[in-house]
Design a binder for this molecule. Sequence first.
Ligand SMILES: Cc1cc2nc3c(=O)[nH]c(=O)nc-3n(C[C@H](O)[C@H](O)[C@H](O)COP(=O)(O)O)c2cc1C
Length: 375
Amino acid sequence: MKHCSDGARSGVARLFEPVDIAGLSLRNRVVMAPMTRSFSPGGVPGPDVAAYYRRRAENDVGLIITEGTAIDRPSAANDPGVPHFHGEAALAGWTRVLEAVHGAGGKIWPQLWHVGALRSASGSWRPPQPFESPSGLSRPGRESGVAMTEADIEATIDAFARAAGDAKRLGFDGVELHGAHGYLIDQFFWDGSNQRTDRFGGATIAERTRFACEVIRAVRAATGPGFPICIRLSQWKQQHFPARLALTPDEMASWLQPLADAGVDVIHCSTRRFWEPEFEGSDLNFAGWAKKLTGLPTITVGSVGLTGEFVASFGGEKSEPASLDELLRRLEREEFDLVAVGRALIANPDWARKVREGRFDELAAYDRSILAELA
Ligand SMILES: Cc1cc2nc3c(=O)[nH]c(=O)nc-3n(C[C@H](O)[C@H](O)[C@H](O)COP(=O)(O)O)c2cc1C
């Protein structure tokens, strides 16, 4: 298998050229995708977590988006090994991570996370208080925890803002809000989980962006101008893969424009396969449409450099290294600005360096057994 044709080599150069995104200078366009590892007992990321991220930074990753890290709400996390982004010990742990990444010349954003009604697919651990979500539903007809009161919603918005304020104070280079994959922010977007009749609900996707917009405005107020705010979005929900929030470009505009107006700087478009067209009649992917509709920089993700997608990989399917030609073709035509790489960077801490140096034959396959260790 040839991983990059001769014609695509200029695309590799483009992948590794420096770029400014929302005022942040990155040494290249390679982003480490946020990936939960559950190696932070008590919510505190230790020296092993710092070394794990450092390894990617010292091997040329331009921007690291950390695994989802829980905001200060009792049921924000659904797994005891997920790091917190609040409390003295956890923030001291994150400072160690930050210093490790900066020391290796990388940039880093924490991914701020609240799981909403979604319990962990593996394990029976439960948080100290019931899961909370727009309507106490993880999907239509599936009750989980409690519906949030307006006071809960206000406190949650405040918790996102405090986490972002702490990220800025500690020296992080921006923040990403986890608004994808069927977790809390996405539960507000999706009519399958948001059946509220107050101002946080509504029949249209535009109305159901209110929670996310209030989070973004509060995060902006806590961080001030010039601090990059990214939101990660997906059409699909892990509790219902066929779900789609926007069936047409117009509907997508009414989902994304309010977020842009609220002050978000970057949109991270989560798909399982980056090459799939988002709508009929054009081969643009989700990140391509998001960029075209809002004019904001976007991040693409999904099976970059691998043969199989990540959901099947959780079920045991192995993913082999794959050609980058199609990715580089799309990057060349400026369909998106940054490229997030997930499992390939777990299997190859030096993925970016090997790709930059054309050492494709040295890339390792991904298999879920690699997750047992934080290497
Ligand atoms: C082990 C693992 C953990 C993940 N955890 C998160 C997470 O915390 N937040 C998130 O937004 N996505 C998470 N994802 C999704 C990845 O960020 C990424 O979108 C997905 O793996 C597809 O990219 P890939 O095909 O390059 O792996 C996770 C994926 C994996 C494999």
